[in-house]
Design a protein. Sequence first.
Lengths: 267, 267
Amino acid sequence: MRMSRFGDATEIRRIAEGRYEADLDGGFAIGDALNGGYLLAVLARAAVDAAPHAHPVSTAAAFLRVAEGGPAEILVDTLKTGRTAATSRVTLVRDDQALVEALITTGTLEPDTEPSWAGAPPAPALPPYEECLTSGSGEVRGRGFADQVDMRFDPATMGWLDGQPSGRPEIRGWFGFTDPYEPDAYALAVAVDALPPVALNLGARGWAPTVELTWHMRALPAPGPLALHGSGRLVTGGWFDEEVEVWDSAGRLVAQSRQIARVGRKA
Amino acid sequence: MRMSRFGDATEIRRIAEGRYEADLDGGFAIGDALNGGYLLAVLARAAVDAAPHAHPVSTAAAFLRVAEGGPAEILVDTLKTGRTAATSRVTLVRDDQALVEALITTGTLEPDTEPSWAGAPPAPALPPYEECLTSGSGEVRGRGFADQVDMRFDPATMGWLDGQPSGRPEIRGWFGFTDPYEPDAYALAVAVDALPPVALNLGARGWAPTVELTWHMRALPAPGPLALHGSGRLVTGGWFDEEVEVWDSAGRLVAQSRQIARVGRKA
């Protein structure tokens, strides 16, 4: 059964206890390098399959080597199994080399849980979907990752595209898939790493390789587009941090992430 | 040579390639459980010893089992060695059980690096040291971790102590060690996990076990007390997040962390 491009692209096959195969979809690459969030979605599927719980509540991942499309293995080592949470070491392997290693803690989030406390949504809010800039999905093809996602960006955060970086490390946008796929845990894994690097608004250029990314799934997302709020605190010594909050169409914080990355070299 | 209580407590002995011994100091426990930041300091020392770089730039750790004082082993598996960064899997082991597992990326931070961009310090600021509440160090003994650290808390964030939680998940305070030890990478590892859980200001009580904590060292800290700004975004389904920013006496952001933890059960 074909689920959707993203559903198919994150399919895993269990070949032994704690061992899975995947055929990584090169369509989710930027250049030759598969998007980190896409890889985390594949790893999360394996972690959940091997665990007694339904959701990847916490994922901390080190990106070791560039991953291109094609067959790969996922190794899941269970470190602890508990009643409310279980933790595994999950490694994406090709040619006996680890490409990504992650610590994934699974738990089960209930659909109708009311928060006992929730912080205010980030300000400024994202403008309505129709007032945001398209990433061009459906018009141009052959751009890899950008063809797979339907993203609409807050114009106030996209000046860098025209050589007018805003001077603030912030990028905001709406997120969904071109081939429809309703938000779930795996879509959230992509969402937290889907924005262009916030350092682009400080004049950085080019690819900004993620060194480490940790994200937490906080609630089951409602159907509809996800609002992504990306920001950073410090750029120094060639390193920058990027925080992303993901809010769903029901106005709930559903995921939060921080990554640390290397500043891209200027062209 | 005796360095200081904290220096001694984080000493490691290399017994083979990628294998270290430590004698964990029960004086850094809260109840029977050693403070998580203290454990991360010990793991960081092993990671740096095994790496070609000087500082633990990124640490992501899963807390699997309660660690008490006493001898333990640290296993360091090098996953990648690069020119600017190297990444290891670092595991704290006792009786063949993993207590903590971490992904640690080392790099070398230069002392006089000027940030190319820096966000504003968090508001509100921490009141001056002398206007903050003592944790009682030097007066009462036998309280474990609280005896090892010299912390002074912003009174506005300590109402929970008197049954008057502020209703906001925020705690702020100054941080140092009772037995003087100048801030460095290992002190920062303790600082990011030294505040009482921010959920206490929402009426939570008791121990709030950390499930995962990721922290990044962003700069070499200047001598003097560290300012800790702790806050949270969401408490739901028994999970809460806690972010801590650490600012040094020179007014620089030197470390940032997020942990996800279980809400303590009410007494």
